[in-house]
Ligand binder design. Structure first.
Ligand SMILES: Nc1nc2c(c(=O)[nH]1)N[C@H]1C(S)=C(S)[C@@H](COP(=O)(O)OP(=O)(O)OC[C@H]3O[C@@H](n4cnc5c(=O)[nH]c(N)nc54)[C@H](O)[C@@H]3O)O[C@H]1N2
Ligand SMILES: Nc1nc2c(c(=O)[nH]1)N[C@H]1C(S)=C(S)[C@@H](COP(=O)(O)OP(=O)(O)OC[C@H]3O[C@@H](n4cnc5c(=O)[nH]c(N)nc54)[C@H](O)[C@@H]3O)O[C@H]1N2
Ligand code: SF4
Ligand SMILES: [Mo]
Length: 745
């Protein structure tokens, strides 16, 4: 289906809420300043930071007024992640600091009159409980029976403590619940991953193909800005999404694909581009391995074949393939980010990688650039002990191609299994609300049940803190130093976060928590520094700066060592794959027993009366972490259920009515969700933003607001290659009457 701006205006005019935010998203990226109406106070001081509201990590400044109160947060103009502009969530980051529901002191679980309660504790009491338990675990089961789940900046410090203690079971949900399949697929194809920020050269692209990626609702800052810039410069946007997303509204082509059938579309595009000889012949000849096998492989995957599967007309498939070819090599078939959908995600992302290879976009301007980063040396410490077990020992040879630790495999390794002599016995959970983050909550609860020790480090009382033996309150990013941000970009760049204000209550930074826990465990030799300033200054001096300099400038760009942002004409390219070429035929997948070229698998479709549960991002929120933020609650207090008018009619639903949902496994949503009737969703699916439906009563603004998608994701489609948790194979039916729900915690 072709769209243009006029018919978007019509649609968004008829819609509500998100549609309005949707269009403002891009005007924000075009440079409208959010804070322009605020008068400047008489005296201000500025300290550098980088944002922790999401993982794009934009660098910025914290400005304080004459009373030393935080007055505003703004973007750092030298920072390529943000180009001087924070997104609305980033501007509202100060709400994390002000939130009166914050964790205030360490808490220890105790029994009182036969009931388990949290007792306020001092830090030394809390460390004593944790240290004693960790020493017992090390003695009885081995130190590799401890695991660390961590998401966010402080993970490096705690990871160091865990490795010094003797465990490498350190995992972030951003691999197996998020970008893992694309990293594995791109490493298989090009010998390198996509990384974060993505190495997509969007600002100079002439054609951007978004498959699911809903940039604009997915508010990763620099990426939204570059897409806006590309549109202004006349780039074609092609969006493949069963839902009319904000990105779809900016697109020349919107392909409302039948959910779960993308691989068929990708194979048909590959078929057309090869058979019409629209690929970059010289590039393919010179750089790739396996072209002939690929050509044979796709012969039957015609647009007519794909039409029957995807519902996308053959003419549209050919026309969009031609658009891509016309733009080549300045074309990006975007790899997406949260790509754990249907369990065959590595296969889908391989098809995406192959398409980019055929169009010659890898290593080319307007395609994928070669990023560079500053490597920050570790502060000197003795070597870490070698652990006897890692998660792989519990995975029975599964997920062989995983390039990072698989969170869900650590959960499995925690659930006792009589065929295994090694189980995980203790978790430290830092900055990840596993109850909302991992699908199949029953499994998460089963693992938590089996633990001897659960330590949770968070800024807020979240669902996961309710299950902890010990809760440690971290101070917010505005109150602390952290590790140097050295993410890869077009130019190597570093950024400093330092405290703008003193930690509120009895909260402490992760670097301090990690060091004190190290002392408690007798690992003093690994922590031979007075404080973090000593470590940062030492590290910064190694890379040509200093703490004093970074405190003043916040962001420092360094020179690229080589002129290799793009491939040079006439240059021989060597890729880090088995063949040294871009592998259209993936030898590592073949060696591990997986299909070396992408295959389409048919997935289950909803039964009558059920709808596929689709979910995604809301521009004003980040996962479950901002739903209590006083500044953001005002913009979006709850999520809504997008329902097609045809479905609404069948169920006699009205706009604004509250309903409950029940999935294929009889899981019922704890809370109700408000119906939003809209043409923007297909009739076979319903849609909601992730991150709502909090059951933690201590979240005074977020408790009971909206519904949780995670509660309804009990069917997980595991990616056999790398352990990713496909979450989109769940179906829900609508309950208009209040069911007997579980009592919330
Ligand atoms: N505001 C905001 N922005 C964020 C975040 C946030 O929390 N808040 N989180 C960040 C993070 S960590 C990530 S990983 C990214 C995630 O953002 P993306 O990687 O862009 O999004 P996905 O979750 O993969 O995709 C969601 C889109 O996929 C569509 N979709 C559903 N099923 C199918 C299908 O079968 N085929 C196709 N083609 N499309 C389908 C949905 O309709 C929806 O529009 O967002 C980042 N940006
Ligand atoms: N059902 C479902 N599951 C998903 C997704 C989905 O869309 N739907 N998305 C997946 C994706 S793409 C990702 S990347 C993951 C994200 O998963 P998570 O990162 O686990 O996401 P959040 O739910 O925001 O949990 C973050 C936790 O960190 C805490 N926190 C915030 N700031 C700080 C801090 O400075 N220090 C500490 N110690 N804690 C802090 C918050 O209070 C919150 O408890 O979730 C994945 N899981
Ligand atoms: S994109 Fe927004 S929320 Fe994310 S780091 Fe940047 S300013 Fe913060
Ligand atoms: Mo993510």
């Amino acid at each position: 289906m072709k769209t243009n701006r006029r018919n978007f205006i019509k649609i968004s005019g008829a819609g509500i809420g998100t549609a309005a935010i949707g269009s403002s998203v891009f005007s924000w990226a075009n440079g409208d300043l959010l804070n322009s109406a605020i008068p400047t106070p008489t005296f201000t001081s500025k300290t550098p930071t980088y944002c922790e509201v999401c993982f794009w990590k934009c660098a910025g400044w914290v400005t304080k007024d004459e009373n030393g109160e935080i007055w505003k947060l703004e973007g750092h103009k030298d920072d390529p992640h943000c180009n001087g502009r924070l997104c609305p969530r980033g501007t509202a980051g100060v709400g994390m600091y002000h939130d009166e529901d914050r964790l205030k002191t360490p808490l220890i679980r105790v029994e009182q009159n036969g009931k388990q309660v949290f007792k306020k504790a001092s830090w030394s009491e809390a460390f004593k409980v944790i240290g004693d338990k960790m020493k017992t675990i090390a003695k009885e089961y081995g130190p590799d029976s401890m695991a660390l789940f961590t998401h966010g900046s402080g993970g490096k410090f705690l990871g160091h403590t865990l490795k010094a203690y003797g465990s490498y079971n350190i995992t972030a949900p951003s691999f197996a619940q998020c970008r893992g399949p694309r990293e594995v697929a791109f490493i298989s194809t090009f010998g390198e991953g996509v990384y974060s920020p993505e190495r997509t050269d969007i600002r100079d692209t002439r054609c951007l193909v978004l498959i699911g990626s809903h940039i604009g609702e997915n508010m990763h800052n620099g990426q939204v800005q570059e897409m806006s810039e590309a549109i202004d410069k006349g780039a074609t946007i092609i969006t493949v999404d069963p839902r009319f997303s904000t990105a779809a509204s900016k697109s020349k082509f919107w392909l409302p694909i039948k959910p779960s059938t993308d691989i068929a579309l990708l194979l048909a595009w590959i078929h057309v581009i090869i058979n019409e000889e629209w690929y970059d012949k010289e590039y393919v000849e010179k750089n790739t391995f396996g072209f002939d096998q690929l050509k044979d492989h796709v012969q039957t995957f015609t647009p007519e074949w794909a039409y029957g599967i995807t519902t996308i007309e053959p003419k549209v498939i050919r026309e969009t393939a031609k658009e891509m070819a016309n733009a080549s090599p300045a074309v990006i078939v975007h790899p997406g980010r949260h790509v754990t959908w249907y369990g065959d995600d590595t296969q889908r992302l391989r098809a995406v990688a192959i398409l980019n290879a055929l169009l010659g976009s890898w290593g080319r301007r307007g395609g994928f650039y070669n990023p560079d980063k500053v490597s920050i040396p570790d502060f000197p410490h003795p070597p870490y002990p070698n652990p006897k077990h890692t998660w792989k020992d519990a995975a029975d040879g599964k997920f062989d191609l995983a390039t990072e630790v698989v969170s869900n495999a650590l959960v499995d390794a925690t659930i006792p299994n009589e065929n295994r002599d090694w189980n995980i016995k203790g978790w430290i959970v830092n900055g990840t609300n596993l109850i909302h983050t991992l699908p199949d909550q029953e499994r998460t609860f089963k693992a938590i049940e089996a633990l001897d020790l659960l330590v949770v480090i968070d800024t807020m009382p979240m669902e996961i803190t309710g299950y902890a033996d010990v809760v440690l309150p971290e101070c917010t990013y505005l109150e602390r130093y952290d590790s140097i941000r050295n993410s890869p970009h077009r130019e190597p760049v570093i950024s400093l976060r330092m405290p703008a204000v003193k930690p509120k209550y009895d909260s402490k930074p992760d670097w301090w928590i990690a060091q004190q826990l190290g002392f408690e465990l007798g690992l003093d030799e690994y922590f031979q520094y007075k404080d973090i300033e000593e470590v940062l200054d030492w590290q910064l001096k190694k890379v040509g700066s200093s703490l004093a300099e970074m405190q003043k400038i916040g962001v420092k760009k360094l020179k690229r060592e080589y002129d290799d942002l793009y491939f040079l004409e006439g240059q021989e390219n060597l890729f880090n794959t088995n063949t040294g070429k871009i592998e259209l035929y993936a030898t590592d997948l073949a060696n591990a027993g997986f299909p070396p070229m992408p295959v389409y698998t048919e997935h289950a479709q909803p039964q009558p009366g059920f709808y596929r549960l689709n979910y995604g991002r809301a521009p004003a929120h980040t996962f479950s972490r901002t739903s209590n933020n006083p500044n953001l609650v005002d913009i979006m207090p709850e999520n809504e259920l997008w329902v097609n008018p045809k479905v609404a009619k069948q169920w006699a639903l009205k706009n604004g009515q509250y309903v409950w949902l029940k999935n294929q496994d009889e899981k019922v949503s704890t809370f109700s969700i408000k119906v939003r009737i809209t043409e923007r969703i297909r009739w076979d699916s319903v849609y909601m933003a992730h991150g709502f439906g909090h059951t933690q009563k201590k979240l005074s603004r977020a408790f009971g607001k909206g519904a949780s998608d995670t509660e309804l994701i009990s069917n997980v489609m595991y990616d056999p290659a790398m352990g990713g948790t496909g979450m989109r194979g769940n179906f829900v039916t609508i309950l208009t009457e209040k069911p007997e729900t579980v009592e919330a915690s």
